[in-house]
Design a protein around this ligand. Sequence first.
Ligand code: SAM
Length: 207
Amino acid sequence: MLDKKTKKVQKRYDRFSYFYDWIEEDFEKRTLDKWRKNLLKNLRGSVLEIGVGTGKNLKYYPKNAKVIGIDLSAKMIAKAKEKLKILNNKKIKLIGMDAQNLKFNDESFDYVVCTFVLCSVPYPVKVLKEMKRVVKKNGKILMLEHTKSRHFLIKILQHIHNPLTRFLFGFNVNRDTLENIKKAGLDYKYKNLAFFDVFKKIEARKQ
Ligand SMILES: C[S@@+](CC[C@H](N)C(=O)[O-])C[C@H]1O[C@@H](n2cnc3c(N)ncnc32)[C@H](O)[C@@H]1O
């Protein structure tokens, strides 16, 4: 059973699915595509992608990786399935599921991937704990996220903008994701990618 907040996010992304692919198209082509490719190009073995959305990452998975993509929104997944049909990659499966309550056994995956999702889930620490549970002992959790800045002015701007981005696009621009990763009991390292310290590539592991 989904709680009220989670249902709200689900509805929001069901609506958002109709225009998600074109809303960030320019930024996607110039920047995000490169980051996605770089994050995923060397993956091997079993991979779980959390919040697969409309499937923007799918084309970057190496052909020998066995991937399961999950998402809360049936309509986002339907868009991802259209992309998967064109890719014709039989090693990728897409399933509707809540990342806060994953239906997989402990230590099932070599990699867990998550791009721009922790900003939109209602309970990010819960999701991170689930990711930690299902990744193998020496596995990796790979993320691309926009996070709360440490710079005073940017932090204020993020705080002011947050109600608008949450209302329009369903995500928060001021989530302290590094702090949440710590709270979930994971070790991590990261690289700042753009907008000072806002966009990050993060690699996390079990302690
Ligand atoms: C901003 S979109 C990112 C989509 C994709 N990962 C990308 O990089 O384009 C956030 C996605 O997270 C999904 N999501 C939000 N809460 C979720 C949850 N509790 N469980 C699974 N997916 C969730 C949304 O439905 C949406 O598809």
